[in-house]
Design a binder for this molecule. Structure first.
Ligand code: HEM
Length: 419
């Protein structure tokens, strides 16, 4: 182990690593834990790192906070639409369809659609859901209490986003488990447990087709209904002076489910795991619930649910002095940016009182998470209710993580919940 060099962008880690040995694409490298030591090394030595992929192509991994912000702020130079937001290139017809999703649109279409839907997700609109979210949390925790020993990811955390989304959209109870499963399949393609038939290395795909069909049928079924729930409001949203078509709605539906389900589930399950790993922080939070909002932000920083999103350069340019050619892939590595010590003091420390906490777990700028207020509210209410309901929370087995360079997520967390 050699001493670290230079100031800023380190994580207090003192490892020197042979560049030839670095592979931050390989999903196997994320199974035990996110490769924070390698990321710290890259922030220090190669802040815009050229990473080869198994298919022989390469991408630029942007490691530092300031550079991730810079890339996010230039949606025309660094497009979400040209190649989508995951590193694996999609088939042309799949890419064409994805362009109907907000996440994968560029201005001016993105700006226009975002303006139309933004009011439905504003803090004030989402705050009206507080009582409903609390009720859903209590029901979930009552069921968990009856069992005592649970696999927290799927028996507890998974229910919150799908129940809340189901309530907001008027989705029948009986359909919610299917939607959950499709969401997990569509975002965790390279984990063999979730997608046994997936092509090795493929991240996107399975599940989203079924979800789009469901969204389409939902639009057809509900379009003529009276009312003002989120689903009906979205169905009435106009693009270019016309209401969303059933197909456009289907894409929006897929977008909401894939963006909101697994990420929220992960915030809850990884959040609990970090609290269990840091008993002093858990005790502090139990003693002072006014810390819940900053604890949720620290959970999001420290255990961000998404490792990265991709952009594609639309012109010859540079990032932090590194020449980038038109057509090059760029990955904004949120997991690394969130531990950049140019921004966060003692970044590897989990500190529920951290303030300010300008993490990038929701992205930043044009594509900043549309569901941010919903996710935060769900996180705050859930942890408040969880701590109220269970004076005893103990890990009863080894947690398992997804094999994924995209989803920084647990797939199992055995715990005992004691009343
Ligand atoms: C902890 C939970 C969540 C995390 C960590 C998260 C993360 C993110 C990130 C990183 C982006 C930005 C991507 C970029 O810059 O390309 C994003 C965008 C988005 N998120 Fe979330 N998200 C969460 C919850 C939600 C929820 C609950 C919803 C649904 C209500 C949602 C809907 C969206 C949508 C629609 C976009 C695209 C926005 C746009 O392109 O304008 N997210 N999210």
């Amino acid at each position: 182990m050699a001493g670290q060099t230079g100031r800023g962008h380190n994580s207090g880690v003192t490892t020197t690593i042979d560049p030839a040995a670095i592979d931050i694409y390989d999903p196997d490298g994320y199974v035990a834990a996110a490769p924070h030591e390698v990321f710290a090394h890259l922030r220090r030595e190669h802040p815009v790192w050229r990473q080869e992929m198994p298919d022989g192509t390469a991408y630029w991994a942007v490691m530092r906070h300031a550079d991730v912000v810079e890339v996010s702020r230039q949606p025309l130079r660094f497009s979400a639409q040209v190649g989508g937001v995951v590193l694996e290139d999609m088939a042309p017809e799949q890419l064409e369809q994805s362009k109907n999703m907000l996440l994968m649109m560029d201005p001016p279409r993105h700006t226009q659609l975002r303006k139309e839907v933004a009011h439905l997700f504003k803090a004030r609109a989402i705050a009206t859901l507080e009582a409903a979210i609390r009720k859903v949390c209590r029901e979930i925790l009552d069921r968990a209490a009856a069992r005592g020993d649970v696999e927290f990811v799927h028996d507890v955390a998974a229910f919150l986003p799908s129940q809340v989304f189901g309530e907001m959209m008027g989705i029948p109870e009986a359909d919610r488990a299917d939607i959950n499963r499709w969401a997990e399949q569509s975002t965790s393609g390279s984990d063999p447990d979730v997608n046994p038939d997936a092509d090795a290395g493929g991240e996107a795909g399975g599940g989203s087709v079924q979800m789009a069909v469901y969204g389409y049928e939902y639009a057809v079924r509900r379009r003529s209904e009276e009312g003002d729930d989120l689903g009906l409001a979205l169905l009435r949203t106009e693009i270019d002076g016309q209401p969303m078509t059933d197909l456009e709605f289907a894409y929006f539906f897929v977008q909401l489910v894939t963006a909101g389900n697994d990420t929220t589930r992960t915030m809850l399950s990884s959040g609990l795991l970090e609290l269990l790993r840091h008993p002093d922080q858990l005790a502090r939070l139990r003693a002072d619930r006014s810390l819940i909002p900053s604890a949720v932000e620290e959970i999001l920083r420290y255990a961000n649910p998404l490792h990265y999103f991709r952009r594609t350069a639309t012109e010859d340019t540079e990032i932090a002095g590194q020449p980038i050619a038109a057509g090059d892939k760029i990955a904004m590595i949120y997991t690394s940016a969130n531990r950049d010590d140019a921004v966060f003091a003692d970044p590897d420390r989990f500190d529920i009182t951290r303030s300010p906490n300008p993490h990038l777990s929701f992205g930043i700028a044009d594509h900043f998470c549309l569901g941010v207020h919903l996710a935060r509210l769900e996180g705050r209410i859930f942890f408040d209710e969880l701590l109220d309901r269970f004076p005893v929370i103990e890990q009863t087995g080894t947690p398992a993580r997804f094999r994924s360079n995209l989803n920084n997520a647990l797939k199992a967390l055995p715990v005992h919940l004691g009343t």
